[in-house]
Design a protein around this ligand. Sequence first.
Ligand SMILES: NC(=O)c1ccc[n+]([C@@H]2O[C@H](COP(=O)([O-])OP(=O)(O)OC[C@H]3O[C@@H](n4cnc5c(N)ncnc54)[C@H](O)[C@@H]3O)[C@@H](O)[C@H]2O)c1
Length: 336
Amino acid sequence: MVNIAVVGCGYWGPNLIRNFRSLSECRVKLVCDIDKDRLAHVRGLYPEVEATTEFDRVLEDAAIDAVAIVTPARFHFEMGKKSLQAGKHTFIEKPLACTGLECAQLIELAKNRNLTLMVGHTFVYSQPVRKIKEIIDCGSLGEIQYISARRLNLGLFQKDINVAWDLAPHDISIILHVMKEAPVSVNCQGKAHITPDIEDVTNITLNFANGGFATIHSSWLDPNKVREMTFVGTEKMLVYDDVEPMEKIRIYDKRVKTPPHYNTFAEFHYSYHYGDMHSPYLKQVEPLKVECEHFLDCIKTGATPHSSGIEGLKVVQILEAATKSLKNSGGRVKIS
Ligand SMILES: NC(=O)c1ccc[n+]([C@@H]2O[C@H](COP(=O)([O-])OP(=O)(O)OC[C@H]3O[C@@H](n4cnc5c(N)ncnc54)[C@H](O)[C@@H]3O)[C@@H](O)[C@H]2O)c1
């Protein structure tokens, strides 16, 4: 039985509490938030759970084996560091921290103390993303030519991070998970319309060594909720629409070929192929539940989580490069 404390009971924290509570291998012993109203809300739902406004109480409780940090990004590093130093297995919501250096320190701390460090890249645990990886790995899309990701909504505006740091970690972690290689450079443009200096619309381009690229459009300023990714392969195309209730993945047997040899312009013809569309069956499982189960499994077995500290670092390095590019009018920035 793993005793867990969940720190941060705002919008997302209660989802982690609900999922951890649903698992028989753990017990949510303690919840923590500086906001007494949020604690009262959680206590109203789960009266048996202890509550505190003091993070130190979480650290000092010897019965707590693991801590889930679900506070705003600017607190992730300090709280994560203290949690690991107190000997707790630590789950930190995305983004893992605000700089690559901070991520590296967390990774080192966890390694030295033999503790599990996991970041909340929830989509890596979702059935559609797992299916997309399977489809790409078996080669049925052909070579991936480009990926286009759009994650748009009206809000929720954050006060400490821009929309790229808020929403793009999802798309970046999905892209890193399904592609065999990591991008080598990044371009990013964006604009702050509502809160000064906090971009609410950004466009990131990830450039891969083989010439492939992915675009990630993130926005808090859009009339519609859109969570869509298109994977264009040389043989087939795949659209993943996470807002769609049933057919989240659609695979289109569509492609365009150019003739290998031609002598005159008159001989040149594009060859368009229009085939069937099919939507694979996906089990209905809450990704967050799979993620919570995986965290507990890694604690028990010592296995490295799929969304390990290293994966968190990779995403943060891309976001750091994107931030540099953003401040440099979208110029290309290499990823270290
Ligand atoms: N994986 C996902 O799909 C997903 C979805 C939404 C949010 N998130 C992540 O979850 C985290 C929290 O986001 P949110 O939308 O719930 O934010 P929120 O602002 O709604 O909630 C954060 C809570 O943390 C509390 N808090 C702040 N400082 C604290 C401290 N020092 N000690 C204890 N509590 C403190 C606040 O009072 C608040 O209740 C962010 O990192 C966000 O990126 C992840």
